[in-house]
Design a protein around this ligand. Structure first.
Ligand code: ADP
Ligand code: ZN
Length: 519
């Protein structure tokens, strides 16, 4: 068997293994199974490519994205490695040639789409091969409902374990939350293998979350303050917002371009190419943009809307600072984002159980936004990493000030209670402010004892309190019924005055004098 380091040096031209690569290669080359959790750009491919060269026979690599497959295969071919891929675009003649190469033992790596691999014909073909060196299952999170890219055919890949029990299997993904990990181990039958969890920390990324009041203006200020002339990505939820924002930024002198799936193929291509080649382009995009885009010097990723899960947030913001130089993740969010996303989930075609999963991820995202503790600590906790506060995020640099908000919280909670837990945030705020609206008159809520008791704060302040109470789980937004606010059990001690509650003061509030730093 050829030595791993020699192959790394001579074939790939790298001096040394990175992180856990050497251990992973040793595990698989030695015939063991492995689950590899490594962030994007961490170097997952070598973890199976090198064992494939070390062992006898052909390695079968399962990958869901044709473009990615072709990329890897041409890179390998340029390095002089016998690699090929079989997908729906492979002409029959070439497929036959590839098959005979594999049979003759000339081919070292064969990339196949999962649905193709699972056909009886392909499985028979594999049975007939003199030797399979290993199975590599890339993007293994596709096996899980928890993953952002569930593919039912991935779950059937478990049959490889039964059919080829002696062939080592290595599954790889950049998604590392606990549920996804458990699903991969289960469905791909890797329980008796070894799990390799790399750190997902991106130390050069500065995380910052701001409360939304005038998002476009806030974005412009952010860009002008620190990132004039820098390349960046701005994510928006809707195509319309992408176009509006790109146009507005351009009018303000920022070199901004739109990107979303509704634009023509040519436009998308041109914009993407300009973003990759020119300096200082700000790409305003839906999440359709970014998969497989490898631009090392993106200096910031801004989210103008709440991402739908911590995982999405991590992947999207992780597109900044791939070169290791300082970069920023800037997220601007408001309560409406939450409501809008929840409505999209509720109104979607998904099964009920899947909706629950999506809603709980959204909830976790809100927790990230509302935390007064270290952002990095919070995000890494989703990937099972625990660590000390980082000193390099907004909350670490300037710990949020909180004040004793027991009284305003009690007013807010009783307004929700007394109006019967049947109304959304807007109406609750109207009650507290003593506003004279149609709905207030209709419901007779001007007769409530809480009517007008909240005039010492403005509407924006009350919305901020509501958001924080939702974040702290003292209030819940009922997504299925017009976003009415509901009380939770956790709010009782506060309502009864048995427990004090500390909140961040409103941004423009001068009265919150009794401040103390949050822990
Ligand atoms: P992933 O699949 O985890 O996103 P890749 O396998 O595509 O990452 O690797 C990302 C980049 O890092 C590639 O350009 C690869 O050549 C490079 N790379 C991987 N391992 C090493 C290493 N040990 N030394 C230097 N460069 C490496
Ligand atoms: Zn921090």
């Amino acid at each position: 068997m050829q030595d791993a380091l020699t192959l790394l040096n001579q074939i790939f031209g790298y001096p040394a293994f990175r992180g856990q690569q050497a251990d992973i290669v040793a595990q698989v080359a030695g015939g063991g199974h492995a689950l590899v959790l490594m962030p994007t750009g961490g170097g997952k491919s070598l973890c199976f490519q090198i064992p494939a060269l070390m062992r006898d026979g052909v390695a079968i690599v399962v990958s869901p994205l044709i473009a990615l497959m072709q990329d890897q295969v041409s890179t390998l071919q340029e390095l002089g490695v016998a690699a090929a891929c079989l997908n729906s675009a492979t002409p029959p003649g070439e497929a036959r040639r590839i098959a005979s190469d594999a049979k003759a033992g000339v081919l070292k790596l064969l990339y196949v789409a999962p649905e193709r691999l699972l056909t009886p014909r392909m499985l028979d073909f594999l049975d007939g091969l003199p030797q399979i060196s290993l199975f590599a299952i890339d993007e293994a999170h596709c096996v899980s409902h928890w993953g952002h890219d569930f593919r039912p055919e991935y779950q059937q890949l478990g049959l490889l374990a039964e059919r080829f029990p002696d062939v080592p299997r290595i599954a790889l993904t950049a998604t590392a939350d606990h549920q996804t990990r458990a699903d991969i181990l289960h469905y791909l039958k890797l329980e008796d293998g070894q799990t390799f969890l790399s750190s997902f920390d991106r130390p050069n990324l500065f995380y910052q979350v701001v409360e939304k009041h005038n998002a476009k203006k806030q974005l412009l200020d952010f860009i002008k303050r620190e990132y004039t002339g820098a390349s960046g990505i701005v994510y928006c939820l809707s195509r319309k917002k992408v176009e509006d924002t790109a146009q507005w930024l351009a009018e303000q002198g920022i070199n901004a371009l739109p990107y979303h799936a509704g634009l023509s193929h040519e436009t998308r291509d041109t914009h993407q190419r300009r973003f990759l080649r020119e300096d200082g382009i700000v790409m305003v995009a839906t999440v359709a943009f970014g998969m497989g885009i490898d631009k090392p010097d993106v200096r910031f990723v801004a989210h103008l809307d709440l991402p739908k899960s911590p995982e999405n947030f991590y992947q999207e913001s992780g597109r900044a600072g791939r070169d290791g130089l300082p970069a920023a993740s800037w997220l601007c969010y408001g309560l409406n984002d939450l409501v809008q996303l929840a409505q999209m989930i509720e109104g979607g075609e998904m099964a009920v159980a899947q909706k629950q999963v999506e809603l709980s991820k959204l909830d976790a995202m809100l927790g990230f936004c509302e935390t007064a503790a270290c952002r990095r600590q919070h995000i890494l906790a989703f990937f099972g990493e625990s660590r000390e506060p980082c000193g390099h995020c907004d909350n670490c640099v300037s710990p949020p000030i909180t004040f004793d908000a027991t009284v305003p919280a009690q007013k807010l909670l009783s307004a929700v209670y007394r109006s019967g837990q049947r109304f959304a945030a807007g109406h609750i705020v109207d009650i507290l402010m003593g506003s004279d609206t149609e709905l207030v008159r209709q419901t007779g809520h001007d007769k409530l004892s809480t009517y007008g008791v909240g005039r010492d704060y403005n509407k924006r302040a009350w919305r901020g309190f509501i958001r924080q109470l939702v974040g702290k789980k003292l209030l819940e937004v009922d997504m299925s019924r017009g976003q009415r606010l509901l009380l939770t059990d956790a709010c009782r001690p506060v309502l009864k005055g048995e427990q004090k509650l500390y909140l961040r003061p409103p941004v423009d509030d001068a009265r919150a004098k009794t401040v103390h730093a949050a822990d």
